[in-house]
Ligand binder design. Sequence first.
Ligand code: DLL
Length: 444
Amino acid sequence: MTEQWNDSPGGFHPASTPDYLPAAQLRDLQLRRLQGVLRLAHDNVEPYRAKLAEAGIGPDDVKSLDDVARLPFTVKEDLRDAYPFGLFARPIGEVVRLHASSGTTGKPTVVAYTQEDLKVWSEVMVRSFAACGCHRGDVIQNAYGYGLFTGGLGAHYGAEALGATVIPISGGNTERQIMVMKDFGVTVICCTPSYLLHIIERASEMGVDIRELPLKAGVFGAEPWSEPMRVRIEAAGNIKAYDIYGLSEIIGPGVGIECEYQAGLHIFEDHFLVEIIDPETGDPLPDGQEGELVLTTLSKRAMPMIRYRTRDITQVVPSPCPCGRTIRRIKRITRRSDDMFIIRGVNVFPSQVETALLAVEGTLPHYQIVLTREHDLDQMEVQVEVTPEVFSDEVRGLEQFRAQLSHALENTLGLRCKVSLVEPNTIERSMGKAKRVMDKRKLE
Ligand code: DLL
């Protein structure tokens, strides 16, 4: 299908994609695909067969989409237990690509693709780029890491299939990124939002103003980022910043993306079935209620995922999007159910800290949260970079600025914490996913 789009006169036509399928037709397609995927998983993957038997449900018992709630969940542990190839539904001879994501502990989780899976992946990435206004003629700098991480190759093949010009520069070597961006007339950049901030900063040190370049858009994902962060990025780069979501277990980047309205991420529902559940009870939640995102792959052959618990917290946007796409949207993912930490009994998410800090003018979008334990009492310190103007502002004074931030954080979190103002470029920059929390409590 991708080739056909690519060869059509004038390139890709979004209207010819399932993005605009009437809802009833989309549901029919989903049900048929779900039944197929269950049969595939049941007949070829021992752990799925065992789980389904335990839940007392067979592949032919799913007669409507609502029946999905009767199927057992799959969790990260299941992938680890099956390391490396235990969840593959196709023999290795049909698997043409492996990717892996490094876990915080132990072995990585391995994911697999057949030729058809790679076509689906390219297809959803083509639809992703098109949704945020990219097309043939765009010069796309792909600064997602190439390798076992899905970001690089996922965006790469999608951009090529779109017919755009791809620069496979991968992450890192920031000065070269800036030279290429300038000299090659880059119009779109793909990377993590935190890396883009680093690129902008380095560019300004080199005397390059990104705002003057032809760069018009960024496709940012792989880590949580907030609405105030978007505002900062769009202003600093004079670009549109689009949020792209995905995870290796499901396919990689391209599970969902924002359209030109930037009001939630459209999920490519013809390939990924969306559910939101209560993370405590596992019960399904209706559209408009926040909970954990659960995804089922509807087309994957090499490694189907049934009701995969992503740990990402979001909600389905209940209203239709003005862009006319019928595939539904989820709200931006600002947190995971497992990135919460508890300080003196108060639950804190890093995204709350980001939102509170960036609401105050004079902060820079570089911060880190350091957790320690002193005399059995948890302490939280927020280190944030501030503009050189704040540092040299003798009238208002640093102390007053610190108090203002401290107050903003206390208001948002309901918790007093230490705020340390640091000079620009103090906090370590990342080329990929930013590490915001340093939990030193576990080391003591
Ligand atoms: O990060 C795939 C990807 C690459 C997505 C490039 C977008 C762009 P993993 O390394 O398996 O895959 O990490 C997946 O990253 O469960 C989320 O917690 C987080 N994540 C990914 N995209 C977003 C986003 C890739 N747009 C995990 N907003 C997911 C918030 C995101 N979190």
